[in-house]
Design a protein around this ligand. Structure first.
Ligand code: ZN
Length: 72
């Protein structure tokens, strides 16, 4: 069971990974296949575009139900 501040509405993939124990690789695979979260395009460091994932607290609870903590 994960408890988060109810005022927090959106989570980055890093926060989700830290909260759930799911690594970033698996997190992205599950998010894509289950249509969770949303991809935000942001300016990358090298002038290109970088993908950033944002998740809601609902996405977070679905992810924890679907995906066990990574053990690798
Ligand atoms: Zn993993």
């Amino acid at each position: 069971m994960i408890t988060v501040k109810s005022t927090q509405k959106l989570f980055t993939e890093d926060e989700i990974s830290r909260l759930t124990g799911i690594c970033l690789d698996h997190l992205r695979v599950v998010a894509r296949s289950k249509h969770l979260g949303s991809i935000v395009r942001a300016a990358g460091a090298a002038g290109g575009e970088a993908e950033r994932w944002l998740f809601t607290s609902v996405d977070l609870s679905v992810l924890t139900a679907l995906c066990p903590r990574c053990e690798h």
